[in-house]
Design a protein around this ligand. Structure first.
Ligand code: ZN
Length: 321
């Protein structure tokens, strides 16, 4: 970028309100550990006079007329919550999660950055707007002191918004967790699909029922698929081991390799990923969602949860309902 200098029009202007007379010009060296080049560009775009030195790239000398202080504060405030914050996130991810490749790091950084932009969310107990105000007031306070000629932007943010930055780190942690979970799920689905590919499709049509407490499978005639695994699955569900029940149900589906699966999903608040979604992901166009049958309607109308177990499957599959 080299030396950039834009003469300030107010440089020699007489200011009657200024006790010092002729000079209303202010000068400060603003230092930013992150994205200093972008900051220099933004200050220039805002019409502020700057000088940069390639030997000290993090430092920007800013000259401005006293009455432009608010403009300078505007630029710094916006910069902190955009480019500075993005680079802070990016560097943190690189340091904390070096096992992610650069594309993955960038993806998680973007997820984190966008997660923090939600106006309604509280970040460390304050709204995004509150944090903006806090940083803004900090800069205003600094520039009110006429003698302040060095401003360490990183120090200001790290001190005034330390709880915010701690929340940023915690968001990074959540996003990395989510990313790894997603990736693991993708691998899980690929593995299941691979297993399914090894099974020739049969002419069977199976119905998969997913309720909040239970997963079970019926054949085309409404008969419960009585593989011993199903009853084991049901037992385990009743003990709260839902994951195992779903895994078993999935292995039955893959083993039987039906040409068509109808999913009757009556889960009210399914965890992600729901069993129904996984069945769709694995069986692709062989899986369809029930558009409303007697059994599904019964679930919809049901207020009281019935006792769990295989019996329940029959209750809900009484023909002629
Ligand atoms: Zn149905």
């Amino acid at each position: 970028m080299g030396i950039t200098r834009i003469a300030s029009a107010q440089y020699c202007q007489y200011d009657a309100n200024n006790r010092e007379g002729m000079m209303t010009v202010r000068i400060a060296n603003v230092e930013s550990e992150f994205a200093a080049k972008v900051l220099a560009q933004k200050l220039t775009e805002a019409g502020l006079a700057i000088q940069t030195d390639e030997a000290v790239p993090q430092r920007i000398r800013v000259e401005w007329a006293g009455e432009s202080t608010q403009l300078l504060v505007d630029v710094l405030e916006a910069f902190v919550f955009t480019d500075w914050q993005y680079e802070f996130i990016d560097k943190k991810i690189g340091a904390l999660h070096p096992y992610l490749n650069s594309d993955e790091q960038e993806y998680v950084a973007l997820l984190t950055f966008h997660a923090l932009k939600n106006e309604e969310d509280l970040i460390a107990g304050s709204t995004v707007q509150d944090w903006h105000t806090k940083i803004r007031l900090a800069f205003e306070g600094i520039f009110e002191e006429r003698e302040q000629d060095r401003v360490f932007l990183d120090g200001v943010v790290r001190f005034r918004a330390r709880e915010y930055l701690a929340a940023v780190e915690s968001t990074i942690h959540d996003m990395v967790d989510q990313f790894l979970t997603d990736r693991e799920y993708e691998e899980f689905v690929s593995m299941l699909r691979f297993m399914l590919d090894a099974q020739p499709a049969t002419s069977q049509v199976l119905n998969v029922y997913c309720s909040d407490e239970l997963v079970w499978i019926c054949d085309e005639n409404g008969e419960l698929v009585r593989d011993s695994e199903v009853s084991n699955a049901a037992t385990q569900v009743s003990e709260g081991e839902e994951v195992n029940a779903e895994d078993l149900a999935m292995s039955i589906l893959i083993t039987r390799s039906p040409c068509k699966i109808v999913i009757h999903d009556s889960m009210t608040d399914p965890p992600w990923p729901s069993f129904a979604e996984t069945v769709e992901r694995v069986f692709l166009d062989r899986a369809t969602r029930c558009k409303g049958c007697a059994a599904c309607k019964t679930f919809e109308n049901e207020e009281q949860r019935l006792p769990r177990g295989r019996k329940r499957a029959h209750v809900h599959h009484t023909p002629g309902e």
